[in-house]
Design a protein around this ligand. Structure first.
Ligand code: FPP
Ligand code: MG
Ligand code: MG
Length: 434
């Protein structure tokens, strides 16, 4: 019998796991540098939605409901990540000779306890596989990794987007400078990479690593020739402005050939606007989600067809998620979003609502081409979106992807509370306001 609390809030199924997750991530991020710790920890302090790790954990639980007779038992990985021989409990006497452990002699001199978590391991190894919850230890590690990669990308994204707020307060770049935000993102990625390698599963390592590359590809696809007032470099003899990127270079940015890896899309095309947009959306948002869903399924020893359905579930849900994100940019205030609203047009980026309006009003073409850079362009594009129901059409498209994601869930997983929770989460993406 499903408890009432679960029906009201199916996500509570993993609330215990989610609080352990937050603690483990904080532990994984510790460095010997207090300020670096502040910057890397900054986005974890404010409550984010944590959609990605929640998905990995719920999917892992739902996959555990598949009878072992229908899985490749040899591939069900009950082990946890190995303790790292270098980082585990270093003898105090060695600390001075090993600055690589991120513990500076100053810390020891002043008796400051190093924050490096790797000295004690992220979490005590479970005595026994937790049969009750069904989530495998490595699937928990995967959930942590995914949230770390996502947070790293947000730190970088806010620099790229000149964003001044996130999660209802100053963004990392504003609170700590661009340079620190970029370095903190890199550091997080570094630590995430350590965690990935410790999964000791080549297929999963490849998948998750590839998703990092995909994030960058997606972000590169939407690079715009925007104001470059931050591209200033200080050299010893003064301040030198780097000249704006040449138009010739910027024109090449949007040429794109679909790599073989994503062969679902026609190969060797210079993609048309909507295809280009959807593929960019897959890369920048859905790749991390879909590949982590696939990884969770692989760790559970699921059959290939189930692994594929899990991947497609993540892909469809990820695209739905970004379509809604692009829609909210037009409809919700900055106050409610906790980050800048109406940002995409300002940044010169044409998302689905504008592309739909363009279908009806070809005169928008030149505005899109020049990244809404002339006075009045942003306003005209916003009006066209309103006139031609760009937001409503985007919502309909998001619905289609939602339905596909729900079908994937039903194809892949037996009926269970965890699957219902996943369905609830999938549906709630369409009604979210931030
Ligand atoms: C948010 O999009 C940003 C992303 C989904 C990906 C950003 C990726 C990079 C900056 C590449 C570097 C990646 C790593 C792993 C360091 P958005 O700007 O549309 O959303 P927002 O409104 O939340 O800012
Ligand atoms: Mg952004
Ligand atoms: Mg961005």
């Amino acid at each position: 019998v499903t408890p009432k609390s679960l029906l009201n809030n199916p996500i509570s199924l993993v609330s215990q796991e989610m609080s352990t997750l937050a603690k483990n991530i904080v532990a994984l991020m510790g460095s010997g540098h207090p300020t670096l710790n502040r910057v890397t920890g900054y986005y974890f302090e404010a409550e984010g939605k944590k959609v990605r790790p929640m998905l990995v954990l719920l999917l892992s639980r739902a996959l555990a409901e598949i009878p072992l007779t229908e899985r490749n038992k040899i591939k069900v990985d009950y082990s946890d990540v190995p303790e790292d021989p270098v980082y585990s409990k270093p003898p105090q006497s060695l600390l001075f000779q090993h600055p690589a452990r991120n513990i500076s002699p100053l810390h020891i001199l002043h008796g400051i306890k190093p924050l490096n978590p790797l000295t004690k391991g992220p979490e005590p190894l479970p005595e026994e596989f937790d049969k009750e919850r069904g989530i495998l230890p490595k699937q928990r590690r995967l959930a942590e990794i995914v949230e770390m990669i996502h947070t790293a990308s947000l730190l970088h994204d806010d620099v790229i987007d000149y964003s001044d707020s996130r999660r209802g307060r100053a963004s990392g770049n504003v609170a700590f400078t661009n340079k620190m935000a970029v370095l903190a993102g890199d550091f997080l990625l570094g630590r995430a990479t350590v965690s990935i390698s410790r999964l000791r599963n080549p297929e999963v390592v490849e998948l998750v690593s590839n998703s990092i590359a995909n994030l960058v590809e997606g972000e590169f696809m939407q690079l715009k020739n925007t104001a470059i007032d931050d591209d200033v470099t200080t050299i010893s003899n003064g301040t030198q402005k780097i000249p704006p990127p040449s138009q010739k270079l910027m024109n090449t940015v949007h040429e794109y050939r679909v790599p073989v890896e994503t062969s679902q899309l026609p190969q060797s095309i210079v993609a048309t606007a909507f295809e280009y947009y959807l593929h960019k959306t897959y890369l920048k948002t859905a790749a991390l989600i879909s590949k982590s869903c696939r990884a969770a399924a692989i760790l559970s020893g699921a059959q290939e067809s189930v692994v594929d359905e899990c991947y497609n579930f993540g892909k469809n849900l990820g695209i739905c998620f970004q379509l809604v994100d692009d829609m909210l940019d037009f409809t919700v205030s900055a106050k409610e979003l906790g980050k800048p609203a109406g940002a995409d047009l300002q940044l010169g980026i044409a998302t689905a609502p504008v592309l739909y309006a363009w279908k009806e009003d070809s005169s928008l073409g030149p505005l899109i081409q020049r990244n809404f850079s002339q006075p009045g362009d942003v306003e005209r594009a916003a009006e066209a979106v309103a006139t031609h129901d760009g937001v409503m059409k985007t919502r309909e498209l998001a619905h289609e992807y939602r339905d596909r994601a729900l079908a994937n869930l039903r194809n892949a997983l037996p009926d269970s509370d965890a699957r219902s929770a996943l369905e609830f989460l999938t549906n709630s993406i369409l009604t979210r306001r931030k």
